[in-house]
Ligand binder design. Structure first.
Ligand SMILES: Cc1ncc(C[n+]2csc(CCOP(=O)(O)OP(=O)(O)O)c2C)c(N)n1
Ligand SMILES: [Mg+2]
Length: 277
């Protein structure tokens, strides 16, 4: 098991998350389109998974015993691409080809094109069902690998999510840990205005899940929650991570507009300046 969390671990990971955010901004600005807000809000969670919690081998992406990550909120592809590149799955220069014709870095992740992408996603609501299948399969094969599934809070308005919620609890999938990037915003505005989703934690508890609520930008809290999830037996775990959409760059934070808008050159410069402090 991973050694006890220390300040050093958290500061190492915070530094990684800062670099991830820089790469996200650069690739989106270069592409001229894509999802800024939801990539930045998930950066700390994805960093904790790829650089601390998950057992994975970038040089052997199909290693049988690896932990699996499903980016159910597939529009946040830039955060996944940055984590994969910095982990060593492919050359970092490839990040500059985001959304370009013929690039393996499509606007939404494609498992057929890019090593390290477990599942093609982008159609919201489907990732948890796929993660269930993976978790069941791993159990049937007698493997100890774990499955992590990151969802958006707007995404959980999809009906299929709740079928998957029932299924995971029914099959006692304790090798499954889902995380909700609870940034309070979706494509058209605040989740509470579009389709009320609260109380999120109570809903998952009622569906039979082990639920942990954290600040999704507190690295130590994220690591502790991921460890706690691994300890929970007989139930899947849901981590409700309270986050800020656009986290890390003041002009994007909490702004609906930057859900699906890439930084302009001027905004990129502002962002880089803030992140390079
Ligand atoms: C089935 C489906 N319907 C609609 C969309 C278009 N869409 C892309 S992102 C998004 C909003 C998602 O909001 P949320 O899950 O909260 O994501 P985040 O705030 O983390 O970016 C929508 C409606 C989609 N990708 N899939
Ligand atoms: Mg959201």
């Amino acid at each position: 098991m991973r050694p006890e969390i220390t300040e050093t671990d958290a500061s190492f990971l915070n530094e990684k998350a800062r670099i991830l955010r820089i790469e996200i901004l650069k690739m989106l600005a270069e592409a001229g389109s894509g999802h800024t807000g939801g990539s930045l809000s998930a950066a700390d969670i994805v960093t904790a998974l790829y650089f601390s919690k998950m057992r994975h081998t970038p040089k052997d992406p199909k290693w049988r015993e690896r932990d699996r990550f499903v980016l159910s909120k597939g529009h946040a592809a830039p955060v996944l691409y940055a984590a994969l590149a910095l982990s060593g799955y492919f050359e970092q220069t490839l990040l500059g080809t985001l959304r370009k014709l013929g690039s393996p870095l499509q606007g939404h992740p494609c498992s057929k094109l890019l090593p390290g992408v477990e599942v093609s996603t982008g159609s919201l609501g489907q990732g948890l069902s796929i993660a269930n299948g993976m978790a069941l399969g791993l159990r049937m094969d007698g493997l100890n690998s774990r499955v992590y599934c990151l969802m958006g809070d707007g995404e959980i308005q999809e009906g299929q999510v709740w079928e998957a919620a029932m299924t995971a609890a029914h099959y006692k999938l304790d090798n499954l840990c889902a995380i909700i990037d609870n940034n309070g915003l979706q494509i058209d505005g605040h989740c509470c205005d579009v389709m009320h989703i609260e109380p999120i934690a109570k809903k998952w508890e009622a569906f039979g899940w082990n639920v942990i609520e954290i600040n999704g930008h507190d690295m130590e809290a994220i690591l502790a929650a991921l460890d706690e999830a691994e300890m929970a037996k007989g139930k899947p775990t849901m981590i409700v991570a309270r986050t800020v959409k656009g986290k890390g760059v003041s002009i994007f934070e909490g702004k609906v507009k930057y859900h699906g808008l890439a930084p302009t050159q001027e905004e990129l410069e502002i962002g880089l300046k803030e992140l390079q402090k």
